[in-house]
Design a protein around this ligand. Structure first.
Ligand SMILES: *Cc1c(COP(=O)(O)O)cnc(C)c1O
Length: 355
């Protein structure tokens, strides 16, 4: 159990217009910080006014990417209450990430307590408009000023929160995806399964390339053979081929998404066959030409479910479901968003109230 002190801002900001929130543009009035050092462990948990951090320019996070992060949301339900979606899964994933990155972790209960505390303190910032939510960004940074390469002796765990808009303000439009066959996101033994800034820094060049070619996102192939599909940008990826739904196994190179896990559980619950065997991109393109590539979609906290309308791999283009959202994609979207925003009964016990 954390002891969290609070200091309320004397200059609250005006709330942004809920009809044009965007993603990660606005921040709430407060943030949560917990310090860590070798002697005291985690200490001085506090909620303070949102403000810039003061760090030594030699802080290790700036030089060696010693950082991890998480992403989850708080949702406003029809009765006005606020709930989280499976926050214990984010807490456990951050422990797994931090272990790989030699960063210290909060126990699951303390992570969830910290998330609840900052959301509750800034509860007026959880927006009410349809499809909006409060995006929560916990992160850990190595703060020790030291240029030698080794683990850090001091860290901070911080949570900032951002009210975000309906991801699909103009309806769910399928995205066009470029299959990356030159750059690599993750390799066995690397950090692909972790949520760390370094993974993203190294992936931007492919995003720039995809944009130049008129595509919105990159589909990554495995780093060894460039043969099997792994994930899309910041989303896991699913392919429905001839009645079976395929998604890459989370064996070290793929981020184990909470949305991915929830989709797999729902699909199994509905009796739809799911395969987590590795899927060659060649099989996806062949299925498309044989008329058997029925649906493709990405999954992640930000967009929930993002239908894919087009895949380009080398010279070949697959058009999926006439650019329309598929039946299973739609059902997953409606079910997950229904549970998250408290409009459908939460039979699987996935939501956690914030009081
Ligand atoms: C966060 C993330 C996802 C999606 O995970 P969710 O828990 O569903 O939000 C997928 N891929 C990558 C690379 C990510 O960083």
């Amino acid at each position: 159990m954390l002891q969290i002190t609070t200091q309320r801002t004397t200059t609250p900001k005006a709330k942004p217009d809920e009809s044009s929130l965007g993603f990660g543009v606005h921040y709430t009035d407060h943030m949560l910080i917990i310090d860590h050092d070798e002697e005291q462990g985690w200490h001085d948990a506090r909620i303070v006014p949102y403000q810039p951090l003061e760090l030594d320019p030699a802080a290790m996070v700036f030089h060696y990417a010693m950082e991890s992060f998480e992403g989850l949301k708080a949702y406003r339900t029809p009765d006005g209450s606020i709930q989280l979606f499976r926050p214990d899964k984010n807490a456990q994933r951050m422990i797994n990430t931090n272990h790989r990155m030699c960063l210290p972790s909060l126990p699951v209960e303390d992570f969830v307590q910290a998330v609840k505390a900052i959301v509750s303190f800034d509860q007026d910032w959880v927006p009410h408009a349809e499809g909006t939510s409060l995006y929560i960004r916990p992160f850990v940074i190595a703060t020790e000023p030291h240029l030698g390469v080794r683990t850090s002796r001091t860290h901070k765990f911080i949570i900032v929160c951002s009210p975000v808009g309906a991801y699909y303000s103009t309806g769910i439009n399928p995205v066009k995806i470029f299959v990356e066959d030159e750059y690599t996101r993750a390799c066995p033994g690397g950090t692909g399964f972790t949520k760390c800034g370094g993974n993203y820094a190294a992936s931007l060049i492919s995003q720039v390339k995809a944009h130049e070619l008129g595509y919105e996102q990159t589909l990554w192939l495995d780093g060894v053979e460039h043969k099997y599909v792994e994930e899309v940008g910041s989303m896991n990826c699913f392919f429905k081929i001839d009645g079976t739904v395929y998604t890459a196994p989370t064996v070290g190179t793929v981020l184990p998404g909470v949305t991915r896990m929830s989709c797999i559980e729902l699909l199994k619950h509905w009796g739809i066959p799911v395969s987590e065997e590795r899927l060659p991109i060649a099989d996806v393109m062949k299925a498309s030409h044989d008329g058997k590539l029925e649906e493709v979609f990405g999954t992640g906290t930000a967009a929930v479910i993002s239908p894919v309308g087009e895949l380009r791999y080398e010279g070949d283009v697959a058009h999926i479901n006439n650019g329309e959202i598929g039946e299973v994609t739609h059902k997953l979207y409606n079910t997950l968003t229904g549970i998250q925003w408290g409009k459908l009964p939460d039979e699987l016990g996935w939501t956690v109230k914030v009081d």
